[in-house]
Ligand binder design. Structure first.
Ligand SMILES: [Fe+2]
Ligand SMILES: [Fe+2]
Length: 302
């Protein structure tokens, strides 16, 4: 996306920042801005951190991290430091800082590794270990991921499903090592590895469980549906985990997924019901001949 005018980018930013637009349109605008990249797109994204939607704001932070542009660092720092932001949003800002991976971030991540919000604390612990890994060990020869995401942890060097499963479920291990096992299981993509990942929903950390759901969304594999369904249906589960399960079901997009998502469109928790709305939009895309999910550019220009 090279030759896009400032005005076109700003128009997409206006869609993102317009609270009267449906959430699914604002999400499409956000992903379009992420794909365009650059300063104007980043400014449009940052303006939206005063919005009421926790779901949208956490996704802003996620996208800024994936863009890996250092100009987003001050914005993400502010979000992480702002205790008025929901822990889900602050968690994503911490993770995004880890994804950008600048060594100057050690100090701020250390400061929040014991934050009273457990989602934030655990995220910063993982991000710190990732920073150190990038610095000292990242030349390891590890399994390649076909996913284009910048993950909070690299895969481990282990490839045996049973030992990966046992490391992943070992509550005495650091979350970073457990995440490494999780990403290796994702990269294997077999029935055994998917079942092992599904067991991850029994882990005590909500952050950990939300990552399992996120990974299932990336894999888009029907074999994970029973796990995701059970997670979304569990109204006692943390809303961050249910949100991620909903979006994963949206990207798998079978009839069964659509049926479950429709049932939670009026969930009492805004994060969950908005996720179902966005997920149903994603599943419409998955089942349609449209070329690209994040197609706001086409819509705004036509
Ligand atoms: Fe997250
Ligand atoms: Fe999320």
């Amino acid at each position: 996306m090279a030759n896009i005018s400032e005005t076109a980018v700003k128009n997409i930013g206006n869609v993102l920042n317009d609270p009267s637009r449906p959430m699914k349109e604002r999400f499409r605008a956000l992903f379009t801005l992420r794909n365009i990249g650059g300063e104007t797109a980043i400014n449009c994204i940052s303006k939206c951190f005063n919005d009421d939607s926790v779901l949208l704001k956490h996704e802003l932070a996620y996208c800024l991290g994936q863009m890996q542009d250092k100009i987003a660092i001050p914005i993400l720092r502010n979000v992480l430091e702002n205790k008025n932001q929901d822990p889900i949003v602050r968690h994503e800002a911490g993770e995004a800082l880890g994804a950008i991976g600048d060594p100057n971030l050690l100090e701020i991540l250390e400061k929040y590794q014991n934050d009273p919000a457990i989602e934030v604390a655990e995220t910063c612990q993982i991000a710190l270990q990732r920073l150190n890994w990038v610095r000292y060990e990242s030349n390891e020869n590890l399994s390649k991921s076909k996913f284009l995401s910048i993950d909070p942890a690299p895969p481990s060097s282990e490839e045996n499903v049973e030992s990966l499963r046992s490391t992943m479920m070992d509550e005495t291990e650091s979350l970073f090592e457990r995440y490494r096992a999780m990403f290796s299981l994702r990269n294997l993509g077999t029935t055994e590895s998917i079942n092992a990942l599904g067991e991850g929903f029994k882990a005590s950390s909500a952050l950990f469980r939300h990552e399992v759901a996120f990974i299932f969304g990336q894999m888009q594999d029907e074999r994970s549906i029973p796990f995701l369904k059970q997670t979304l249906e569990d109204i006692k589960e943390h809303e961050m985990v249910r949100h991620e399960a909903a979006e994963a079901l949206g990207s798998i997009a079978t009839d069964e997924c659509v049926e479950v998502l429709k049932r939670y469109l009026n969930d009492p928790r805004p994060v969950v019901r908005e996720s179902c709305e966005v997920a149903l939009d994603m599943s419409e895309y998955e089942n349609s001949p449209e070329f690209q999910y994040a197609n706001t550019l086409v819509t705004v220009e036509s």
